[in-house]
Write a protein that binds this ligand. Structure first.
Ligand SMILES: [Zn+2]
Length: 291
């Protein structure tokens, strides 16, 4: 018999593998920090000698959910400003409050709260974008969760940088220190086309390509963003960011509420990921993404 640390029994095991195998009553064998096997309970009981057995009481046992777009410390800003459109909410309320209150301590506390809430909801991994991202990464690893942690870069002074050069340098150092961590994938986040200059979009894309890490951003969130882009640049959002080299990186684009078929094809061609955020889009009345 194979020695293992833990056997989870009496579960409805959903593997979510390519064949969508499920086992009932199923079991999962764990050795160290790895899953050694998943299968029918009667088979695994014969194969493995477990130090500890946990009876799951017939519950569903499945891979954790992934929250594809978060600003985890903002759990502490909940309920601060509602019923506003994005630009008023972001520039008029969030950014000024963040510049005044957001600190390493703030993000650490907010991350712990968010991690506790996510763990209770079955989320084990998330893609975050905020300030003092290294402190978020530390708190996340301490909570035992996995995350893509993206250091924000934008053209205004932020809680953790006076200039974009400063936040870009911080992003580079953060990526260098954390690349290869077992739980955290470090990354860079040019906040959005309307809060970044062309230079910032280019520099962050180059940084992500240089270190082969993801690039996390917000694209085409509101109709106003597209309208302004068309007026100022003569094109919609996706062609504009493509022109700045953004799609050369492994892009995770939040929202993409207001994009057309051609833009969808560009994103597909670049193998960009899109994070669909219906709750946020409804809260800010941004629209409904064409998914
Ligand atoms: Zn966001």
């Amino acid at each position: 018999m194979n020695p293992i640390d833990l056997l989870l029994t009496n579960a409805i095991v959903l593997t979510m593998d390519e064949q969508m195998h499920h086992y009932e009553p199923g079991a999962v064998a764990v050795k160290g920090d790895r899953i050694a096997a998943a299968g029918l309970e009667k088979d695994l009981r014969k194969q493995f000698d477990a130090q500890e057995i946990i009876d799951c009481g017939g519950a569903v046992l499945m891979p954790g959910f992934v929250n594809a777009h978060t600003h985890v410390p903002m759990t502490l800003l909940r309920g601060l400003a509602d019923d506003l459109r994005l630009d008023v909410w972001l520039m008029g309320y969030m950014m000024p409050v963040e510049r005044k209150f957001v600190s390493p301590d703030f993000v650490r506390l907010g991350t712990f709260l968010a991690c506790a809430e996510m763990i209770r909801s079955g989320v084990t991994c998330f893609a975050d974008m905020y300030y003092f991202e290294e402190d978020i990464a530390k708190a996340t690893a301490e909570a035992g969760m996995r995350a893509v942690c993206s250091q924000t870069v934008l053209k205004f002074p932020t809680p953790d940088a006076q200039s974009f050069e400063e936040s870009l340098a911080a992003a580079r150092e953060f990526i260098q220190r954390w690349k290869g961590h077992p739980l955290i994938v470090p990354s860079v986040a040019p906040h959005a086309p309307y809060t970044c200059t062309e230079e910032i979009l280019r520099a962050t894309a180059e940084l992500a390509v240089e270190f082969d890490v993801p690039l996390h951003t917000h694209l085409a969130e509101t109709a106003l963003e597209v309208e302004n882009m068309r007026r100022d640049q003569g094109m919609p959002v996706i062609p504009y960011v493509k022109k700045q080299g953004l799609l050369d990186a492994k892009v995770l684009a939040a929202h993409c509420v207001h994009i057309d078929e051609g833009e969808m094809r560009s994103l597909l061609h670049a193998q960009a990921g899109v994070a669909h955020n219906p709750s946020s889009n409804l809260k800010l009345a941004s629209g409904i993404a064409p998914v």
